[in-house]
Design a protein around this ligand. Structure first.
Ligand code: RIB
Length: 292
């Protein structure tokens, strides 16, 4: 079985600030970090660091070559990453003194993936292979349909959530990863009532497994009537960017290593807890030896 992450590859520029900038305000930062990110690339890195062979597909410009070098150093196969004339995607991230963050994105190559390119990538994979998707690239519905026709199993993290997610062929998804905000929006339920959100999502997607992550509240799993829960570790929080991606990659990796759902939840929670105790997104993801 092959694992393909088809998603965003970003240059992350993180500004450390006293508070998140308000409209009309200009503030000085206390530090700047240029690092590797993008939800797709982070999830591919997490899978590879967890010890799985993984393929990455996406699109970058010449300014993003260092991201592929880093992904390759973790063992990610980047043969399916397309180069183009334009710029690589970017995320401008602010982290305030309370470790809250605010992010805005420039899509770049992530939003320039074409339908033809999608079909060429999907043809390389076969029935039973796994595709991992997030909501940061173009033609997502096309990718889901092509993957479904090809018999791939689909994992979907609808992040960052927008109303457009509801237009996607979500009935094709086998495994959802949502945070409490995304889950509540998709369940049309209040975000505080996590078990109720999970019940609504398992009712809405009876064929799918659902993972609901809720920061300090831990993570919840639902599939039909089955429920599991995992707590986060008590660690000093430095930077939460990429924590969800770490969880996603490690959960999938743990299941591929035949761990039970409960053990996979605990491993993924531990990996995400370790990631938030370090700066950066991709570079902060722990190695398998630290987690399993
Ligand atoms: O999930 C974290 C990621 O979101 C960052 O690395 C940033 O690139 C944005 O895509």
């Amino acid at each position: 079985m092959k694992i393909l992450v088809f998603g965003s590859i970003n240059i992350d520029l993180t500004f450390f600030v006293d508070h998140l900038v308000t409209p009309g305000e200009t503030i000085a930062s206390t530090g700047l970090l240029k690092s590797a990110g993008g939800k797709g690339a982070n999830q591919a890195a997490a899978l590879a660091k967890a010890g799985l062979p993984v393929y990455m597909a996406g699109k970058i410009g010449a300014d993003g070559e260092f991201l592929l070098t880093l992904l390759n150093s973790y063992g990610v196969n980047t043969d399916q990453v397309i180069r183009y004339e334009g710029a690589t995607g970017q995320a401008i991230i602010q982290i305030d003194k309370n470790r809250q963050n605010g992010i805005f994105l420039f899509g770049g190559g992530n939003r320039a993936v074409t339908a033809e390119e999608i079909h060429a990538v999907i043809e390389v994979f076969d029935r039973g292979d796994l595709i991992v998707l997030q909501n940061e690239i173009s033609h997502l519905g096309e990718i889901m349909k092509a993957a479904g026709r090809r018999g791939l199993r689909i994992c979907f993290n609808p992040s960052p959530y927008t109303q457009a997610v509801e237009e996607l062929p979500l009935d094709l998804v086998d495994l959802f990863f949502v945070n409490e905000i995304e889950g509540a929006a998709m369940a049309s339920a209040p975000a505080e009532a996590l078990p109720a959100v999970l019940d609504k999502l398992t009712g809405r997607f009876p064929r799918a497994e659902i993972i609901l992550t809720a920061g300090k509240e831990g993570a919840y799993y639902g599939s039909g009537k089955i429920r599991e829960q995992a707590a986060v570790l008590d660690v000093p929080v430095v930077d939460t960017v990429g924590a969800g991606d770490t969880f996603t990659g490690y959960f999938i990796a743990a299941r591929c290593k035949n761990l039970s759902v409960g053990d996979a939840m605990r491993a993924a929670s531990k990996a995400a807890s370790l990631a938030v105790s370090r700066k950066g997104a991709m570079e902060a993801i722990p190695l398998a030896g630290e987690v399993f």
